[in-house]
Design a protein around this ligand. Structure first.
Ligand code: PA5
Length: 448
């Protein structure tokens, strides 16, 4: 198994009996998932995705990535939520948060359409000046406002720089196989399209073309990523709670929730995991946060945040949060601290030690301090930060989330709450069909 799950430092906060009872519920929830008899069962394509993915499309993704690498200085990736976070999380974890500044033989990658900020848009437009660009627009519905506006801008940019024939080769659309504005536009303009499968929701879609095309352009081995996920698919199937750690984790986090804990804080000691934490937050918040239920997912990068949020966490008491720490035994690279003559900074006691050793001591010290302060710690231990491990982690968390959601008693595959702000925004912007709502909303806002 690529990862280990350790509950030792949570056991003083949740009782063994509570966990045991929830383990039985987790097994039932997993059976519901496997038998496709639960709520949202139309969205279970991700369960077998690592083995059942479309091989022909997978080859086309690799070819498209090669074309982009050969022909673009910059790839613009347009998408929001599940159509954005997974790709960025994997690229930052496996390459770097500073990917664009690294010396490399792959294009820079910029993500846009994940906000409505004019400043962000203008920045990327100016970065693209004088550069050869390709665009990958990703939207399952094909109608989401943020990416739709960004695509209008970058489609214009491509059209103004290249011949119609060349322009159509530089735009790649990842969307529904048949419906939506984006699919219609792609077919009309002759853009290459990739499919977001009907039975895979946005936040479970990173291992489809949604994530795989940008990830492949960054030079990441997508075969190894899928292979890691496949290992997880094969290993996280059994009903024995000790060997199927997805069951164990789903049970323990529900035990925390049932005793009144409000937050789950995803923690890593590697800054390259910050976006992975963002992906986790979306996965759990959109899956579990409904019907007034669910742990609120938050995240930290330590030791950075020990110098900001650490104080609050340490003294928050025992019912605000527990931490789920993703620990890597081997960093992507290490650094040896050397002896300095005179020892003016007093650090010679660390000479001969590596930075990863110091980082691990920070983790151990924090674990003990936070558990002393009442904050339980779950530890997910990974050997290294490689394609295999990240693929495994993605599938592991998706499966935990689905099982955990069923244990909680919610449909982990819908997101009704995401729609409310969208409707209000459409009305306030004067979208046809929303006239009545516009008037009432403007009255509430005091707009004459
Ligand atoms: O996970 C989800 O379903 C959402 O976060 C969507 O991915 C997000 O709203 C973007 O939707 P779309 O891909 O349809 O543009």
């Amino acid at each position: 198994m690529a990862i280990k799950f350790n509950t030792t430092h949570a056991e003083e906060f949740v009782s063994a009996a509570d966990i045991k009872a929830l383990e039985a519920q987790a097994v039932n929830a997993m059976n519901t998932l496997h038998n496709k008899t639960g709520e949202g069962s139309d969205y279970l394509g991700w369960v077998s995705l690592p083995t059942d993915y479309d091989k022909e499309e997978f080859d086309r993704i690799k070819k498209a990535a090669e074309f982009i690498k050969d022909n673009a200085d910059v790839l613009i990736v347009i998408g929001i939520g599940g159509s954005y976070l997974g790709a960025r999380a994997v690229i930052e974890a496996l390459k770097s948060p500073n990917y664009n500044s690294l010396k490399k033989d792959t294009p820079d990658i910029y993500f846009i359409g994940n906000s409505i900020s004019p400043q962000s848009l203008n920045e990327i437009i100016s970065i693209c000046e004088g550069k050869d660009i390709c665009v990958n627009v990703i939207s399952k519905s094909g109608t989401t406002t943020e990416p739709a506006i960004a695509f209008r801008v970058f489609r214009d940019m491509v059209n103004s720089r290249y011949s119609p024939e060349e322009a159509s080769k530089r735009i790649f659309c990842t969307t529904d196989k048949a419906k939506g504005t984006l699919k219609k536009l792609a077919d009309t303009e002759g853009y290459e399209t990739f499919v977001v499968p009907d039975d895979v929701g946005g936040r479970y879609s990173v291992l489809t073309a949604v994530g795989l095309l940008p990830i492949a352009v960054a030079g990441i081995d997508i075969d190894a990523l899928m292979s890691g996920a496949r290992n997880a698919q094969n290993e996280l199937n059994g009903t024995d709670v000790e060997s199927n750690i997805a069951l164990k984790y789903a049970a323990v986090r529900n035990a925390f929730y049932n005793r009144g804990t409000k937050l789950e804080c995803f923690v890593s000691y590697e800054p390259c995991m910050a976006m992975f934490n963002e992906w986790l937050k979306q996965l759990f918040a959109e899956s579990e946060g409904k019907d007034g239920k669910g742990l609120f997912p938050v995240s930290c990068i330590f030791s950075t945040d020990l110098h900001s949020l650490g104080q609050y966490i340490q003294e928050s008491g025992s019912s605000l949060m527990f931490e789920t720490v993703i620990k890597f035994n081997k960093p992507q690279s290490d650094f040896l601290i050397t002896e300095q003559e005179g020892n003016i900074d007093g650090l010679n006691f660390l000479a001969g030690k590596t930075m990863s050793f110091v980082n691990e001591k920070a983790r151990q010290g924090t674990l003990l301090a936070h558990t002393d302060g009442g904050v339980g710690n779950l530890v997910i231990e990974c050997e290294d930060i490689t394609e295999d491990t990240i693929g495994y982690l993605i599938y592991f968390f998706e499966k935990v989330c689905a099982i955990s959601g069923y244990v909680l008693g919610v449909n982990p595959f819908n997101q009704p709450g995401v729609e409310s702000y969208k409707k209000n925004m459409f009305a306030l912007l004067g979208k046809p069909g929303y006239e009545k709502e516009k008037e009432s909303l403007e009255n509430r806002l005091g707009i004459c």
